[in-house]
Design a protein around this ligand. Sequence first.
Ligand SMILES: [Zn+2]
Length: 346
Amino acid sequence: MLVAPLVLGACSGGAGGSGAAAPQGDRRMAEALATSATGSGAFVHLRALQDVADRNGGNRARGTGGYEQSVDYVADTLRRAGFDVQTPTVALQSDDGDDGSAPGGTTRNVIAQTRTGRTDEVVLGGVHLDSVPEGPGIDDDGSGVAAQLEIAVRLGADAPVTNAVRFVFFGAEEEGLLGSQAYVDGLSPDGRRDIALMLNSDVIAAPNGGYFVYDGDGSDGSNSADGPPGSAAIERLLSDRLVSRGVPPRGTPFVDDSDYGPFVDADIPAGGVFSGDSGTKSAEQARLWGGRAGVPFDPCYHQACDDIDNIDRPIFDRMVNTIAYGIGAFAVDLNGVPPRSERAAR
Ligand SMILES: [Zn+2]
Protein backbone atom coordinates (compact mmCIF):
# COMPACT_ATOMS: atom_id res chain seq x y z
CA MET A 1 0.00 0.00 0.00
CA LEU A 2 1.31 3.39 -0.92
CA VAL A 3 0.19 6.08 1.46
CA ALA A 4 1.01 9.74 1.54
CA PRO A 5 3.10 10.58 4.59
CA LEU A 6 1.44 12.41 7.41
CA VAL A 7 1.78 16.13 6.88
CA LEU A 8 0.72 18.69 9.40
CA GLY A 9 -0.77 21.90 8.11
CA ALA A 10 1.19 24.22 10.34
CA CYS A 11 3.92 22.26 11.98
CA SER A 12 6.10 25.12 13.12
CA GLY A 13 5.03 27.24 16.03
CA GLY A 14 3.84 24.32 18.08
CA ALA A 15 3.95 24.28 21.83
CA GLY A 16 6.59 27.00 21.88
CA GLY A 17 4.42 29.42 19.92
CA SER A 18 3.33 32.85 20.99
CA GLY A 19 -0.14 31.92 22.20
CA ALA A 20 -1.09 31.36 25.82
CA ALA A 21 0.68 28.37 27.32
CA ALA A 22 -1.40 25.28 26.70
CA PRO A 23 -2.02 23.06 29.70
CA GLN A 24 -1.16 20.03 27.58
CA GLY A 25 1.06 19.26 24.66
CA ASP A 26 0.40 20.23 21.11
CA ARG A 27 -2.38 17.92 19.94
CA ARG A 28 -2.37 18.69 16.22
CA MET A 29 -0.26 15.65 15.42
CA ALA A 30 -2.61 13.52 17.52
CA GLU A 31 -5.67 14.82 15.71
CA ALA A 32 -4.05 14.40 12.31
CA LEU A 33 -3.00 10.82 13.01
CA ALA A 34 -6.39 9.94 14.49
CA THR A 35 -8.06 11.31 11.37
CA SER A 36 -5.89 9.42 8.90
CA ALA A 37 -5.65 6.08 10.77
CA THR A 38 -9.14 4.56 10.69
CA GLY A 39 -10.91 1.36 11.61
CA SER A 40 -11.74 0.70 7.97
CA GLY A 41 -8.10 1.14 7.02
CA ALA A 42 -7.09 -1.25 9.78
CA PHE A 43 -9.75 -3.74 8.70
CA VAL A 44 -7.79 -4.40 5.51
CA HIS A 45 -4.99 -5.80 7.69
CA LEU A 46 -7.46 -7.87 9.71
CA ARG A 47 -8.69 -9.52 6.51
CA ALA A 48 -5.10 -10.27 5.55
CA LEU A 49 -4.50 -11.98 8.90
CA GLN A 50 -7.69 -14.03 8.42
CA ASP A 51 -6.39 -15.05 4.99
CA VAL A 52 -3.10 -16.13 6.57
CA ALA A 53 -4.97 -18.31 9.07
CA ASP A 54 -7.17 -19.77 6.32
CA ARG A 55 -4.08 -20.87 4.40
CA ASN A 56 -2.49 -22.41 7.49
CA GLY A 57 -4.98 -24.71 9.16
CA GLY A 58 -7.03 -21.98 10.80
CA ASN A 59 -4.53 -20.41 13.17
CA ARG A 60 -1.44 -18.19 13.47
CA ALA A 61 0.17 -19.77 16.54
CA ARG A 62 3.85 -19.40 17.40
CA GLY A 63 6.02 -21.93 15.57
CA THR A 64 3.59 -22.41 12.66
CA GLY A 65 3.46 -21.27 9.06
CA GLY A 66 0.57 -19.06 10.05
CA TYR A 67 2.79 -17.18 12.49
CA GLU A 68 5.68 -16.84 10.06
CA GLN A 69 3.37 -15.52 7.34
CA SER A 70 1.91 -13.05 9.85
CA VAL A 71 5.47 -11.81 10.49
CA ASP A 72 6.05 -11.49 6.76
CA TYR A 73 2.80 -9.60 6.19
CA VAL A 74 3.53 -7.08 8.93
CA ALA A 75 7.19 -6.64 7.97
CA ASP A 76 6.39 -6.24 4.26
CA THR A 77 3.65 -3.72 4.98
CA LEU A 78 5.96 -1.66 7.19
CA ARG A 79 8.77 -1.78 4.60
CA ARG A 80 6.43 -0.60 1.86
CA ALA A 81 5.56 2.33 4.13
CA GLY A 82 9.24 3.23 4.27
CA PHE A 83 10.28 1.75 7.61
CA ASP A 84 13.49 -0.10 8.31
CA VAL A 85 12.20 -3.33 9.86
CA GLN A 86 13.90 -5.86 12.10
CA THR A 87 12.56 -9.35 12.78
CA PRO A 88 14.95 -10.61 15.46
CA THR A 89 14.72 -14.24 16.48
CA VAL A 90 14.40 -14.53 20.24
CA ALA A 91 14.86 -17.57 22.44
CA LEU A 92 11.88 -18.38 24.62
CA GLN A 93 12.23 -18.84 28.32
CA SER A 94 9.45 -19.04 30.85
CA ASP A 95 9.94 -16.34 33.45
CA ASP A 96 8.53 -18.44 36.28
CA GLY A 97 10.07 -21.73 35.24
CA ASP A 98 8.36 -23.59 38.05
CA ASP A 99 6.38 -26.19 36.17
CA GLY A 100 8.49 -27.06 33.18
CA SER A 101 5.94 -25.42 30.93
CA ALA A 102 8.46 -23.30 29.04
CA PRO A 103 8.14 -24.27 25.41
CA GLY A 104 11.75 -23.58 24.56
CA GLY A 105 12.36 -22.86 20.92
CA THR A 106 12.29 -19.45 19.34
CA THR A 107 10.00 -16.88 17.84
CA ARG A 108 10.39 -13.63 15.96
CA ASN A 109 9.34 -10.17 17.06
CA VAL A 110 8.83 -7.44 14.47
CA ILE A 111 10.25 -3.99 15.25
CA ALA A 112 10.11 -0.71 13.32
CA GLN A 113 10.88 2.82 14.49
CA THR A 114 10.53 6.28 13.04
CA ARG A 115 13.82 7.74 11.82
CA THR A 116 12.69 10.98 13.40
CA GLY A 117 12.32 12.05 17.03
CA ARG A 118 14.40 11.63 20.17
CA THR A 119 15.66 8.10 20.52
CA ASP A 120 15.99 8.54 24.29
CA GLU A 121 12.27 9.37 24.66
CA VAL A 122 10.77 6.47 22.76
CA VAL A 123 7.00 6.01 22.58
CA LEU A 124 6.60 2.24 22.20
CA GLY A 125 3.43 0.67 20.83
CA GLY A 126 3.10 -3.04 21.58
CA VAL A 127 0.76 -5.77 20.28
CA HIS A 128 1.04 -9.54 19.99
CA LEU A 129 1.24 -11.17 16.60
CA ASP A 130 0.57 -14.79 17.58
CA SER A 131 -2.81 -16.48 18.00
CA VAL A 132 -3.68 -19.48 20.13
CA PRO A 133 -3.55 -22.81 18.25
CA GLU A 134 -7.34 -23.12 18.55
CA GLY A 135 -8.24 -20.32 16.15
CA PRO A 136 -7.22 -17.47 13.86
CA GLY A 137 -6.94 -14.87 16.63
CA ILE A 138 -8.68 -12.02 14.87
CA ASP A 139 -9.96 -10.13 17.91
CA ASP A 140 -7.07 -11.58 19.98
CA ASP A 141 -4.90 -9.97 18.85
CA GLY A 142 -5.39 -9.36 15.16
CA SER A 143 -7.36 -6.28 16.24
CA GLY A 144 -4.36 -4.75 18.00
CA VAL A 145 -1.98 -5.76 15.21
CA ALA A 146 -4.20 -4.24 12.53
CA ALA A 147 -4.67 -1.03 14.51
CA GLN A 148 -0.96 -0.61 15.14
CA LEU A 149 -0.05 -1.42 11.55
CA GLU A 150 -2.55 1.10 10.22
CA ILE A 151 -1.20 3.74 12.61
CA ALA A 152 2.41 3.03 11.63
CA VAL A 153 1.66 3.23 7.91
CA ARG A 154 -0.26 6.50 8.30
CA LEU A 155 2.38 8.01 10.58
CA GLY A 156 5.24 7.04 8.29
CA ALA A 157 8.91 6.51 9.04
CA ASP A 158 9.84 10.19 8.72
CA ALA A 159 6.96 11.75 10.61
CA PRO A 160 7.52 15.18 12.21
CA VAL A 161 7.64 13.80 15.76
CA THR A 162 9.52 15.08 18.80
CA ASN A 163 9.89 11.61 20.31
CA ALA A 164 10.69 8.53 18.25
CA VAL A 165 7.83 6.05 17.87
CA ARG A 166 8.71 2.35 17.98
CA PHE A 167 6.17 -0.25 16.87
CA VAL A 168 6.75 -3.75 18.24
CA PHE A 169 4.77 -6.87 17.30
CA PHE A 170 5.55 -9.59 19.83
CA GLY A 171 5.61 -13.35 19.35
CA ALA A 172 4.59 -16.03 21.85
CA GLU A 173 2.34 -13.85 24.00
CA GLU A 174 -0.13 -16.69 24.28
CA GLU A 175 2.52 -18.94 25.83
CA GLY A 176 3.20 -16.54 28.70
CA LEU A 177 4.27 -13.11 27.36
CA LEU A 178 7.46 -14.74 26.13
CA GLY A 179 8.22 -12.51 23.14
CA SER A 180 7.79 -9.32 25.14
CA GLN A 181 9.72 -10.73 28.09
CA ALA A 182 12.60 -11.65 25.80
CA TYR A 183 12.45 -8.19 24.25
CA VAL A 184 12.65 -6.37 27.60
CA ASP A 185 15.30 -8.78 28.89
CA GLY A 186 17.36 -8.05 25.79
CA LEU A 187 17.48 -4.29 26.41
CA SER A 188 20.48 -2.70 28.07
CA PRO A 189 19.82 -0.50 31.13
CA ASP A 190 20.16 2.51 28.83
CA GLY A 191 17.84 0.91 26.33
CA ARG A 192 15.18 0.51 29.03
CA ARG A 193 15.58 4.11 30.14
CA ASP A 194 15.19 5.23 26.53
CA ILE A 195 11.58 3.98 26.53
CA ALA A 196 9.35 6.75 27.85
CA LEU A 197 6.20 4.67 27.84
CA MET A 198 4.52 1.56 26.44
CA LEU A 199 1.04 1.55 24.88
CA ASN A 200 -0.42 -1.96 24.74
CA SER A 201 -3.24 -2.94 22.36
CA ASP A 202 -4.59 -6.46 22.92
CA VAL A 203 -8.22 -7.42 22.17
CA ILE A 204 -9.74 -4.08 21.22
CA ALA A 205 -12.85 -5.06 19.24
CA ALA A 206 -14.76 -7.74 21.14
CA PRO A 207 -18.26 -8.34 19.72
CA ASN A 208 -19.92 -7.79 23.11
CA GLY A 209 -17.15 -5.49 24.24
CA GLY A 210 -16.71 -2.32 26.17
CA TYR A 211 -14.22 0.50 26.61
CA PHE A 212 -11.57 -0.22 29.20
CA VAL A 213 -8.38 1.73 29.86
CA TYR A 214 -5.58 0.21 31.91
CA ASP A 215 -5.66 1.53 35.44
CA GLY A 216 -2.51 3.59 35.61
CA ASP A 217 -3.46 5.42 38.81
CA GLY A 218 -4.63 2.44 40.86
CA SER A 219 -8.12 3.88 41.33
CA ASP A 220 -10.17 1.05 39.86
CA GLY A 221 -10.95 -1.89 42.08
CA SER A 222 -9.91 -2.72 45.59
CA ASN A 223 -6.74 -4.60 44.66
CA SER A 224 -5.78 -2.62 41.58
CA ALA A 225 -2.14 -1.57 41.82
CA ASP A 226 -1.10 1.60 40.08
CA GLY A 227 1.39 1.37 37.25
CA PRO A 228 4.91 2.81 37.21
CA PRO A 229 5.00 6.63 37.56
CA GLY A 230 3.59 8.13 34.38
CA SER A 231 0.98 5.41 33.91
CA ALA A 232 -1.70 7.63 35.44
CA ALA A 233 -1.00 10.30 32.80
CA ILE A 234 -1.43 7.68 30.06
CA GLU A 235 -4.73 6.51 31.54
CA ARG A 236 -5.97 10.08 31.73
CA LEU A 237 -5.09 10.96 28.14
CA LEU A 238 -6.68 7.83 26.65
CA SER A 239 -9.76 8.11 28.88
CA ASP A 240 -10.27 11.76 27.92
CA ARG A 241 -10.08 10.81 24.25
CA LEU A 242 -12.73 8.11 24.63
CA VAL A 243 -14.99 10.54 26.47
CA SER A 244 -14.54 13.01 23.61
CA ARG A 245 -15.60 10.24 21.20
CA GLY A 246 -18.82 9.82 23.13
CA VAL A 247 -18.14 6.72 25.22
CA PRO A 248 -17.54 6.55 28.98
CA PRO A 249 -14.45 4.42 29.67
CA ARG A 250 -13.80 2.34 32.77
CA GLY A 251 -10.49 1.34 34.31
CA THR A 252 -9.17 -2.21 34.18
CA PRO A 253 -6.32 -3.35 36.41
CA PHE A 254 -2.88 -4.41 35.26
CA VAL A 255 -3.05 -8.16 35.89
CA ASP A 256 0.07 -9.23 34.02
CA ASP A 257 -1.88 -11.03 31.29
CA SER A 258 -0.63 -9.11 28.26
CA ASP A 259 2.62 -7.68 26.93
CA TYR A 260 2.56 -4.61 29.17
CA GLY A 261 3.59 -7.00 31.99
CA PRO A 262 7.35 -7.17 31.35
CA PHE A 263 7.41 -3.39 30.82
CA VAL A 264 5.57 -2.68 34.08
CA ASP A 265 7.93 -5.09 35.83
CA ALA A 266 10.84 -3.06 34.43
CA ASP A 267 9.25 0.14 35.83
CA ILE A 268 8.34 1.48 32.39
CA PRO A 269 5.05 3.45 32.42
CA ALA A 270 2.34 1.62 30.51
CA GLY A 271 -1.25 1.92 29.44
CA GLY A 272 -3.67 1.13 26.68
CA VAL A 273 -7.22 0.29 25.73
CA PHE A 274 -9.01 -3.05 25.97
CA SER A 275 -12.51 -4.17 24.96
CA GLY A 276 -12.73 -7.08 27.42
CA ASP A 277 -12.25 -10.74 26.53
CA SER A 278 -13.31 -13.74 28.64
CA GLY A 279 -14.94 -11.67 31.37
CA THR A 280 -18.71 -11.33 31.55
CA LYS A 281 -20.43 -8.04 30.84
CA SER A 282 -22.33 -6.80 33.87
CA ALA A 283 -25.78 -5.25 33.82
CA GLU A 284 -24.21 -1.89 34.61
CA GLN A 285 -21.74 -2.23 31.74
CA ALA A 286 -24.56 -3.18 29.35
CA ARG A 287 -26.43 -0.02 30.39
CA LEU A 288 -23.24 2.01 29.91
CA TRP A 289 -22.11 0.59 26.57
CA GLY A 290 -24.92 -1.51 25.15
CA GLY A 291 -24.56 -5.20 24.40
CA ARG A 292 -25.73 -8.17 26.42
CA ALA A 293 -25.35 -8.51 30.17
CA GLY A 294 -24.40 -11.93 31.50
CA VAL A 295 -22.53 -12.79 28.28
CA PRO A 296 -18.74 -12.67 27.80
CA PHE A 297 -17.26 -9.60 26.15
CA ASP A 298 -15.80 -11.97 23.55
CA PRO A 299 -17.75 -15.26 23.43
CA CYS A 300 -15.21 -16.59 20.89
CA TYR A 301 -12.15 -15.78 23.00
CA HIS A 302 -9.39 -18.34 22.25
CA GLN A 303 -11.72 -20.36 20.04
CA ALA A 304 -11.98 -21.22 16.34
CA CYS A 305 -14.78 -18.66 15.96
CA ASP A 306 -12.45 -15.74 16.78
CA ASP A 307 -12.54 -14.92 13.08
CA ILE A 308 -13.19 -11.92 10.88
CA ASP A 309 -16.87 -11.91 11.91
CA ASN A 310 -15.86 -11.64 15.58
CA ILE A 311 -15.18 -7.91 15.43
CA ASP A 312 -17.40 -5.08 16.62
CA ARG A 313 -16.78 -2.41 14.04
CA PRO A 314 -17.93 0.65 16.05
CA ILE A 315 -15.76 -0.40 18.99
CA PHE A 316 -12.85 -1.10 16.64
CA ASP A 317 -13.22 2.32 15.01
CA ARG A 318 -13.16 4.15 18.33
CA MET A 319 -10.27 2.12 19.69
CA VAL A 320 -8.14 2.68 16.58
CA ASN A 321 -8.91 6.38 16.84
CA THR A 322 -7.96 6.46 20.52
CA ILE A 323 -4.69 4.56 20.07
CA ALA A 324 -3.72 6.77 17.13
CA TYR A 325 -4.51 9.85 19.17
CA GLY A 326 -2.45 8.57 22.09
CA ILE A 327 0.56 7.76 19.95
CA GLY A 328 0.32 11.10 18.17
CA ALA A 329 0.02 13.02 21.44
CA PHE A 330 2.92 11.30 23.18
CA ALA A 331 5.09 11.50 20.07
CA VAL A 332 4.94 15.29 20.36
CA ASP A 333 4.86 15.78 24.14
CA LEU A 334 5.17 13.38 27.06
CA ASN A 335 2.05 14.91 28.60
CA GLY A 336 3.10 14.32 32.20
CA VAL A 337 4.99 11.05 31.72
CA PRO A 338 8.43 11.50 33.34
CA PRO A 339 11.15 12.59 30.90
CA ARG A 340 14.51 10.86 30.51
CA SER A 341 16.16 13.08 33.12
CA GLU A 342 13.72 11.84 35.76
CA ARG A 343 14.13 8.15 35.09
CA ALA A 344 17.87 7.76 35.61
CA ALA A 345 17.31 5.31 38.43
CA ARG A 346 15.24 2.84 36.46
ZN1 LIG B 1 -4.11 -11.35 23.46
